[in-house]
Design a protein around this ligand. Sequence first.
Ligand code: GAL
Length: 381
Amino acid sequence: MKMREAGRRPRLRRAFAAAGLGLLLAVAGCGQNSAGGDQEAPAGDAGGAGGLKVGVILPETDTSARWEGFDKPMLDKALRAQGLDPDIQNAQGDEQKFSTLADGMISSGVKVMIIASISGDGGNAVAEKAKAQGIPVIDYDRLNLGGVSDYYVSFDNEKVGELQGQGLIQGVGAKPGAQIIQIEGAPTDNNATLYTQGQLKALQPKYDSGEYKLVQNQPIDKWDNQVAGTTFEQILTGNGGKVDGVAVANDGMAGSVVTVLAKYGLNGKVPVTGQDATADGLAAILRGDQYMTVFKPIQEEADAAAKLAGALAKGDTAGADAVATQTVNDPDGNRDVKSVLLEPQLITKDNVKTVTDAGYIKAADICTGANAQACGQLGIQ
Ligand code: GAL
């Protein structure tokens, strides 16, 4: 039973009755996000949120397998565990679609919006529309700078970058004059900026000392995996085919970089970094083509967002603040955003088992062909 519908009918009857008696209930005041006030959750409702609707918009599908593979099912499960009624959509990398999906969710009466935005500008436009209707907004995974969202749930993204930088140094080792190419995420994604900042915390001293040489640091619009490959090849050939390490911001783009390296017989000889611990990324690590990835247990991110949404749907701001106990500064908005920042993990060949044991990736999906032997040696099953 959709409590929201049932809740709305009794309230309307009271409003008409009150109007008939010449009394005007401040129905508007009850209408927005005060569901917890005049609506009892149905008996047995786990999260006490009475099946209240929550809108979730994910950014795209082709930059990373994570959004449809991990975030969508894990958010659905976590939101339902809070007794909420999730409406989860993917904008497929299309800003207009992102906005239109939000309009539909707002008019359908969602009590909370959770957005993983394609760009900060697009996310802020949606957050402003939702807030104008009294709907709280959670920035999921990506913080929209200069925005109005109430909360931010993500991993410590600068730490993600630092792990990528440290992983690259581990892979390249002490190699005076090593030439490094950096293939970074979308400039419209604040996470990409943080990954690069984190990478440079590890790499800048190597550049400054002259031990490593930075060939080029290239952001890739929309994290487009194909563009990442063609751009990397241009940089590589422009550098006389010389490269000793590639800092790549996620597994999707790392796959394209490895394909180019293989074209020149360099795959497995040049360490490549990634992120998201996708099946393709882990398989490449087992083959030796990719040196490392960063595992971000998405279920933790989904659970935190769902707990926040469960509290906010009931108008329980104190409950939400008890979940988002950290803050992240938004320099553009000159504000500190109440946040949940989760811990990422560095994954190399030696601990791929961490990800399969956690149930995120099936061994059968990565232990095929030549990887079967590696899986046997590493105890991955
Ligand atoms: C980032 C996200 C990463 C990465 C990328 C591509 O914002 O945090 O997991 O995969 O987007 O979608």
